[in-house]
Design a protein around this ligand. Sequence first.
Ligand SMILES: NC(=O)C1=CN([C@@H]2O[C@H](COP(=O)(O)OP(=O)(O)OC[C@H]3O[C@@H](n4cnc5c(N)ncnc54)[C@H](OP(=O)(O)O)[C@@H]3O)[C@@H](O)[C@H]2O)C=CC1
Ligand SMILES: CC(=O)C(=O)O
Ligand SMILES: [Mg+2]
Length: 760
Amino acid sequence: MAKKQDALDYHSSGRKGKIEVIATKPCDTSRDLSLAYSPGVAEPCLAIEESPEDAYKYTAKGNLVAVISNGSAVLGLGDIGALAGKPVMEGKGILFKRFADIDVFDIELNTKEPDEIINTVRLLEPTFGGINLEDIKAPECFYIEEKLKEVMNIPVFHDDQHGTAIIANAGLINALELIKKDISKIKIVVNGAGAAGIACAQMALTLGAKKENMILCDSKGVIYKGRTEGMNDYKARLATEMECRTLEEAMVDADVFFGVSAKDAVTPEMVASMAADPILFAMANPDPEILPSEAIKVRSDVIVGTGRSDFPNQVNNVLCFPFLFRGALDTHATAINDEMKMAAVKALANLAKEDVPDSVIKAYGNTKFSFGRDYLIPKPFDPRVLLHVAPAVAKAAIDSGVATRDIGDINKYTESLEALQGRSKEIMRTLINKAKSDRKRIVFPEGDNEKILRATQILIDEKIAIPILLGPEDKIKGMIKELSLDLHGVQIIDTKGSPKHHEYSNELFRLRQRKGVTLAEASRTICRERNYYGAMMVRMGDADAMLSGVNHHYPETIRPALEVIGKQPQVKGVHGLYMMVFKKDVIFCADTTVTIDPTAEELAETAILAANKARHFDVEPRVAMLSFSNYGSALHPFTSKVIRATQLVKEWAPNLVVDGEVQANVALDPDLTEQQYPFSQLKGNANVLVFPDLNSGNISYKLLSKLGGAEAVGPILMGMKKPVHVLQRGDEVNDIVNMAAVAVVDAQDAFEKEINNGYH
Ligand SMILES: NC(=O)C1=CN([C@@H]2O[C@H](COP(=O)(O)OP(=O)(O)OC[C@H]3O[C@@H](n4cnc5c(N)ncnc54)[C@H](OP(=O)(O)O)[C@@H]3O)[C@@H](O)[C@H]2O)C=CC1
Ligand SMILES: CC(=O)C(=O)O
Ligand SMILES: [Mg+2]
């Protein structure tokens, strides 16, 4: 739990507060100045005057949301005023940015007058792509939102109403599914009849709950027909005809409790009086209506959620507004309507049932999540939330007619969102799409490994590869069941007792008989060592590629592959490549894993093979032959080797952009290259770095990964006769899926070569 001083220090350290404005264009030269400002800036001004839609093209409007509050209902802290609410509004800004790359100006308005708020906000339309109203108390919030929706032509969304309702109801749908209760038959108590309470109740009704089974309470108790004290039209519409008058009475036999009221509003006795398997979402912030530990003490069957991140089931609108606005902004929607809200509910509810990626497990301190009582809705740090919710919302905006911009194919749109999450997603998507275009069979010798099984599920669901699992069938089937995976139809081969045993043993004996291997030994190896069996499957054409290594040391995987499959006859050796993915750039590093002290010929071969691999990723290679010297500046046997290798590459691949020997900083610095080495083929923008030996290659890629923040994809083995790739012991499910895509594309390439060379 965050301590008071920690929270204060977090906000006051460094630049004060949580947000800053960053320029998106260079403004370093007088030319930049003349474009950014007078005279150049007049051009986009005139273009927008002529065609207002061009504001989305030439300004930040399309990605800019105003978070607007008057501080009248800040979290559960109440009416603390506009200024005191600013940290929360900056907080919303940080979440918009972090989760959906949306820019926010937070605007705190010093007024309690609804019409003043309406008049101020409506004038902001030219600046923003959307309006997020926040922490404005009921009932004024209803009037303000309704009026603004009428007069504004951009989305207006009161987060505390609809964001909260979307999450609470996504959680409700899933909780009811778990305990097999029918929404039309359940008794729901909503405590808090303000912004959040009214909206949560209304959405539950839309989803099928019955008004006669619902009780709404506020600070005065049950809202019943005929009550006069503290009433308004919104409360009156949901007033109950039941006899109960207090929250305590209302809670008896309730199936569901939605708390959007205040700290400690619920007692353990109230929870104890609820129906079987009670659903209790105590969503008041920062302190819930009752702590989960107190509720569980009196009811072991309770399904509990809070608004906080430090308990299971964070039922909080953070899981909605960034993603919902992403879809609305991208379609230039004129409003956020009920269809879009419902699309978000369904997308969130469905996503919770999918396997959770390792990156999420890591982000939450290695806690494992699977659909159930403690994991009803996805986690905000789950990168898939953006990819599921924003496209669903965008599609609903298009289908319901409020979109004014065509985003084209929805799958392509989802891919563009992936790109927004980082270059690695974008570049891997290229490869995955290639893999999907012609799936290949990949054998996984470690078929009884949990990560391999989870990766297998993705490979099947996304149609990236046709996995084959090696290992004891009963064990693997048991694991599949335990992990709630659906791997129906996947081929599982138990190497002990396989019908291919005889054939593979004889082939291994034939290959290794002059290396001291007897037939009996070959037979034992095929039976017991799955890496040999897998490699043999690839050799004999029973699989197209092999992927192994999560449970093994590197040599244990590579040795069988080299003995059974071997290197391509025309190459000098096998080489290892890593793709290092930075936020904006991708760099290929070779050789990083295989040849300790390559000859000039081997180095030249590494360069050419690495350049070919870069093309697989749709990257046009520019190869730098690295050394500690620039174009002859330091003569030494080490640099001479690289000079010779560079000559060989130029001879063997005359069309390849390559140069060296060159230092790493020069290879990557256009200015330095232009000033000092204008003759170089490289213009300081190398993207394939060939290291002179394994020392420098291996050390460098690890430094780039640890200190440079690059994501490392690899090792990608180059020069094998058929595709085999080695997984790392710490690889996550996502890494395995990525390497499987690499292997499939490799297999496609190998298959093409075989046809071209008449290899069979
Ligand atoms: N987890 C989440 O995502 C979200 C949580 N919330 C939480 O919900 C709460 C309300 O927010 P919001 O709807 O925006 O605020 P509003 O001011 O619009 O509404 C507050 C409502 O709560 C009622 N209330 C206050 N104290 C009690 C109490 N002890 N017992 C019963 N009802 C009470 C008020 O009653 P009356 O009408 O009589 O004054 C009013 O109806 C806050 O704690 C907030 O943090 C809000 C949005 C999102
Ligand atoms: C989460 C939120 O918006 C609130 O508590 O007000
Ligand atoms: Mg709020």
